[in-house]
Design a protein around this ligand. Sequence first.
Ligand code: CAA
Length: 529
Amino acid sequence: MTGEIAQVGVIGLGTMGAGIVEVFARAGLRVVGVDGSQELADRGRGFLESSTGRAVSRGRLAESAQQEILDRVTWTAEYDALADCDLVIEAVPERLDIKTAILTKLDGVVRPDTVLASNTSSLSLTEIAAATARPERVVGMHFFNPAPVLKLVEVITTVLSDDAVVERVRDLAERLGKKPVVVRDRAGFVANALLITYLARAIRTYETGHVSREDLDDAGRVGVGFPMGPLTLSDLIGLDVVKEVCDVLYAATHDPSAAPPALLQQLVAAGRLGRKTGSGFYDYEKAGSGTVTPAAAPDDVKPAAQVVVVGESAAASDLAGQIGGGGASSVEWVSTAGARDSLAGVDVVILASDTSPDWVAELLATMDSGATLAVASPGGAAATPAASGGVTVVALRVHPATKGGRLAEVLRSTGAPQVATLRATLSAAGFVVVGGRLRAGGVVDALLYPHLNDAVRMLDSGYATAADIDTAMTAGCGYPEGPLAMIDRIGPAQVAAVLTTMRDETGEVGLTPSPLLREATAAGQSLHG
Ligand code: CAA
């Protein structure tokens, strides 16, 4: 049969399965939802009722339309109800034995021309297909959580796939209003191979204890502009799922950056799986909720009474303007330190001009013990001493505003005291402040650039096109722009330079800029070119 797919079955009605039912039913298809018992099937109906109910209460869906969606779905524990389906997709737990048992059972229930699909995120689709009596009609349809919101569907093919079947599934994904990306079977496909490696790196950074979970998440959400920080996202996906995908990626590639971090393994062993169990990296008000139980109230530190911003650049005047605009501190903006006899009595001095270490020493000599000097000059961070004469010296990096706000990174040398007054001053001025170590890449670039490098490596491997990689990450993970577009905007040379410094500092060979990134740098070419 080659006609339009009109009736579909979904097996497994957990978060993903119920979301997939919603996607089909909203697109006007008749759906049979199946789970292991009528009770589980009814739970699936409950998910659909509450998800569409939320859309009604937000004024996004008419009540009559909600009723039509609900009426399109039947909920059952009987496989025979799937007999007339044109396509059946399974979204059961990630166990090869369970998935193959279900698909081989379906062989005896559905028509010979019915397409069987798997929502697997980590198992070999080839092994799943080969276990059935119709391997040419088995494809991957990988949806992203929350399935009703995120537009990506990875359509996974195997060496056994029939091209016409793949085309039908791609057309179906388009009819669902999704953005299909068709790729071959490979560990993690496009999105998970990139995303889960990024999450594993973020978790390893958190393990060092030098960045708080909130700061790390703000680095991703505000600094980069991702919809969520990496730890919040890991909790949303489920830490067991993150670990499973890490295991599969590591087994396939032996890339140490994909190996499941120890903390992730421990949280999974302890049953702290994220939102679904009520705790993961964060604690939630109840299982299934996205509302975080607040940690202890932060110390009530006052912003600096007096701030001096030194520098001639536009960046210096911008900083002074934003801090003064916050109103909590009195700010003086001077073009050179010599414009002021002394910095005595000033709590926070921000140096926002390129300068020599000698000049910094002169500034420091006039500052009070207990004050903070924040070096925001582009070349200043490397020369920043930890402290001098009781003045704490830190590096400050201010990032361009994103949808999440404007981020300021405060980077301290190991052992340097906390700089609560500086943080409070920047917060009062409207910055989201993140603290980290004075290391190459700080927090934001160290989180983002290895991820961008991985995307270039994938492009270089020939597995996916630049357009597919960028679509996967924007449509599947809500990125504001794809990783390759990000590199083109930031500049390949800048990304390669920071990666090289990070590699030199840590000795981690995986941070070596990929050959294609080096080529793009040398040739001044865009990665989409
Ligand atoms: N079901 C249905 N709709 C939902 C939803 C859900 N679970 N969660 C949110 N929404 C809807 C809301 O109703 C809202 O719709 P309207 O705009 O029409 O009112 C919209 O999504 C935005 O939601 P919110 O305003 O509540 O919150 P937000 O703007 O912060 O968006 C988010 C929430 C969509 C989850 C967004 O933060 C996001 O895209 N995060 C990234 C998620 C991601 O990366 N997912 C991929 C994970 S990897 C994966 O799934 C594959 C795998 O195999 C592991």
